[in-house]
Design a protein around this ligand. Structure first.
Ligand code: COA
Length: 391
């Protein structure tokens, strides 16, 4: 069977941020609750001229040096903060990146899980036609009601993955552990900008789904935790990964893992999320990029276990093998620079940005230019979104 998986992975986050100490000060909350209780330090904030499309295009751009772009026959954009009810956000990305016309473009949705569904579908297409390549992008802006318990977990960002045969970074293994239930733990009606969430219930559903999906994975694969070297979990906030790994470790009838064991299993996957907040569909894959970029051990040949969770809910536990020599494929310096070189917002500027609404009257608007990546959401005309390349 042809090995299929991720040849390269690229992460992008907007150029503005809010330290959670500033949010804690403004909301009258002990900062330790955010920094230690939730495990978050900084929130990435999109300026008015960045959205799901511009973040997705900026994440994918470094993967598409010629001739990679010419072979992309599928673009799947996973998001729960799409920009149109009908037109796939990926079509704007397809245009901005000048991808070939002989290409399928589809948007995929199931809360934070859909990046994994997209990755699975991309692997299936490439396995059938190993000459082709697929671009999987997960891009989201996580937004809750201002002042609500979810607010400190907000964030945004995008991850793009080039899926190929004989990948040089990660091979996706076929075994999958699944769990689905129709529940209302987190949702966003079409008329709302911010998600609604039953926060405590959502954390319980996440853990329940992780256990069910992991049990299915062990039955399907015959593998257990001792066969897996590192773990990446969906990260709504970094403490959640510690909670999830503690639960799974006890499934194999072992004792509860200590702090050192937990840090070894999940620590490096959390570095980036701590500095951006939740990126919904991108969070798991941002964790994967973080692990590969920041882990000092050579992970070549090792197995990584991943748990993908989308509220509502669907979860999947699956695994990947890291390729030998994988470090040559990484964009570590770019990722570090993106996180280090951001403009810190005042609390007032943060609230102003979050309270902005896109005009809905169909008139012509041009948005002021802020710091962005290579693409910006330039304005509206006749109810159409206008994007431009930043030169
Ligand atoms: N110092 C250190 N830690 C503190 C603290 C302080 N002063 N005050 C509280 N904490 C800890 C709590 O003990 C808790 O840790 P624990 O869960 O390990 O016990 C943690 O900080 C969070 O505090 P809690 O009171 O439970 O937070 P909350 O009720 O305000 O909200 C969420 C937490 C996760 C429910 C909320 O952020 C949310 O709704 N998030 C969005 C939904 C989400 O992310 N769901 C996850 C599944 S997808």
């Amino acid at each position: 069977m042809t090995a299929v998986g991720i040849d390269r992975i690229s992460f992008y986050c907007p150029r503005y941020s809010l330290p959670l100490t500033a949010l804690a000060g403004a909301r009258g909350v002990d900062a330790a609750k955010y920094l230690e209780g939730l495990g978050q330090e900084v929130m990435a904030v999109p300026p008015p001229d960045e959205d799901t499309v511009t973040m997705a295009a900026a994440a994918a751009q470094p993967l598409l040096e010629p001739p990679a772009a010419e072979r992309v026959a599928l673009l799947l954009l996973a998001t729960e903060t799409g920009v149109d009810q009908s037109k796939a956000a990926g079509l704007f990305v397809h245009g901005l990146l000048k991808l070939p016309a002989r290409c399928r473009v589809v948007e995929v949705k199931q809360a934070c899980y859909s990046g994994t569904a997209a990755l699975r579908m991309a692997c299936a297409m490439v396995a059938q036609d190993p000459e082709s390549q697929a671009l999987v992008i997960a891009s989201d802006i996580a937004r809750y009601t201002l002042g609500s318990p979810g607010e400190p977990t907000q964030g945004c960002g995008a991850v793009a993955m080039l899926v190929t045969a004989q990948p040089r970074l990660l091979t996706v293994e076929p075994h999958a552990g699944l769990h689905t239930e129709d529940v209302m733990d987190f949702w966003r009606p079409n008329y709302r900008q911010a998600a609604l969430v039953d926060g405590k219930y959502s954390t319980r559903m996440y853990l329940h789904t992780a256990v069910q999906a992991y049990q299915h994975y062990t039955q399907a694969s015959g593998l257990g935790l001792s066969d897996i070297d590192r773990f990446c979990y969906h990260i709504p906030f970094t403490r959640m990964a510690y909670k999830a790994h503690t639960q799974l470790a006890q499934q194999d009838a072992g004792p509860a893992p200590g702090k050192r064991e937990l840090d070894h299993a999940v620590g490096h996957s959390l570095t980036y999320n701590r500095l951006t907040g939740n990126t919904y569909t991108a969070a798991l894959y941002q964790g994967l990029a973080s692990l590969l970029d920041t882990c000092p051990d050579d992970l070549g040949g090792r197995r990584i276990g991943l748990f993908s969770y989308g509220s509502g809910c669907t979860g999947e536990f699956f695994s990947m093998r890291v390729c030998k020599g994988y470090r040559k494929q990484l964009l570590t310096q770019r990722h570090r620079h993106l996180l280090a070189d951001r403009t810190e917002l005042t609390f007032q500027a943060y609230e102003d940005i979050l309270n902005l609404r896109i005009p809905e009257d169909g008139l012509h608007y041009e948005f002021a230019p802020y710091r962005t990546g290579g693409f910006r959401f330039a304005g509206m005309q006749d109810h159409k979104r206008c994007y431009e390349v930043v030169t």
